[in-house]
Ligand binder design. Structure first.
Ligand code: KG4
Ligand code: ZN
Length: 343
């Protein structure tokens, strides 16, 4: 165990300040500070507020992670940080902090892709990634399918959303239903009491033969349906709307994920990103993968949403395989390409 790399991971791409510490496949610390409450009244993440919160939380979160893991900065073999994609000002805080630690400690620095890290985190739960698998990454900013090879070091995009991300649709529909931000968890809960077949909401691009997604039409359809009820003074059946909306989202996500596995001749599927914490997505993916003979891997909900452990987990793979570290002039790239795993 002691011969496996000890990597510290820093995540600041959105509203969570995360510092994770991982040795090999063992999670030693996963410290998190969230500014989500500061954004709630705006109904979405305010970039400037997120950046300032990262600046204040960075060092306390680092101290907490080191104390939880029972290690010191000197013990660390490398530092990994999310270099993109994400909010520029938010990314800058983490990247600047990571450079400072790397320089002061004389340790290698790895600027990594946030989406690849969402996949690599599953190593901590289910062991080494298969040599080749399909990943469905569903978050507030992305809904993408890709082929992942070499334990996460090679990523090839297969398709993505042409408009809203799945998490974005959850957040917008929650607002229409008067539920708090972020919308995923309250819709997930409300849907538990509703009928998923109550309202036949559209399934965008479900049968178009591509591996792309579209959720903007669904979001608009939900808003129109709710407005229609309000116009005639009828109460809105929140649980039924939430369940029917959720079913439309997870139906298309799981259908296309299975199609991607078939198309690529791959029997392993990994889910990642905040929306992968969704209870119905997890259940339907389980059901459809079992029927299709696909092995499904989904990290526990806490590891699906943004955290530092996912960055450290990807960092371990890079260190273990002798990938060249990043230069200290590493930029933060808000639109970092999906196929760039480390910068
Ligand atoms: O991966 P993540 O933490 O941050 C980004 O990289 O975007 O994902 C955040 C998104 C939000 O849109 C949130 O509403 C959604 O994940 N989310 C969920 C659930 N928990 C978080 N969506 C559906 N069901 C959930 N249980
Ligand atoms: Zn994320």
């Amino acid at each position: 165990m002691a011969d496996q790399p000890l990597v510290l991971g820093i995540e600041t791409s959105c509203d969570e300040t995360g510092v994770g510490i991982v040795r090999g496949e063992t999670l030693l610390a996963d410290a998190l500070a969230s500014s989500v409450d500061e954004h709630a009244r705006f109904g979405g993440v305010v970039p400037e507020v997120a950046s300032r919160a990262h600046l204040e939380a960075m060092v306390p979160t680092m101290r907490r992670a080191l104390s939880d893991a029972g290690v010191t900065l000197r013990d660390v073999d490398a530092i990994a940080v999310t270099a993109g994609p994400g909010l520029t000002g938010a990314l800058l805080v983490g990247v600047a902090a990571a450079k400072s630690y790397a320089l002061a400690l004389g340790k290698p620095l790895y600027g990594v892709n946030h989406l690849a890290a969402h996949v690599a985190v599953d190593r901590l739960e289910h062991g080494p990634l298969p040599q080749r698998c399909i990943a469905l990454l569903v978050s507030g900013g992305h809904s993408s399918l890709f082929v992942v090879e070499d334990a996460g070091r090679t990523v090839t995009p297969l398709g993505g959303t042409v408009d809203d991300a799945a998490g974005e649709a959850y957040d917008k529909v929650a607002r229409v239903l008067g539920l708090p931000f972020p919308g995923g968890p309250p819709i997930d809960r409300a849907a538990g009491d509703g009928d998923p077949a109550a309202i036949p909401f559209p399934r965008g691009k479900a049968n178009d033969g591509t591996l792309d997604f579209s959720f903007a039409g669904l979001k608009t359809a939900v808003a129109r349906w709710v407005e229609g009820r309000e116009r005639v003074g009828e109460p809105v059946p929140v649980a039924d709307v939430a369940a029917s909306f959720q079913e439309a989202v997870v139906d298309v996500l799981t259908r296309k994920a299975v199609a991607a596995c078939r198309q690529q001749g791959v029997d392993d599927l990994v889910l990642g990103g905040g929306v992968a914490a969704n209870s119905r997505l997890r259940a339907l993916a389980e059901e459809r993968c079992a029927a299709a003979g696909i092995r499904l891997r989904v990290p526990r909900p806490r590891l699906c949403t943004d955290n530092g452990a996912m960055v450290a987990s990807l960092g371990v793979e890079l260190v273990a395989h002798g990938v060249t570290p990043s230069d200290l002039d590493l930029p933060a790239d808000s639109a970092l390409d999906l196929d760039v795993v480390s910068v």
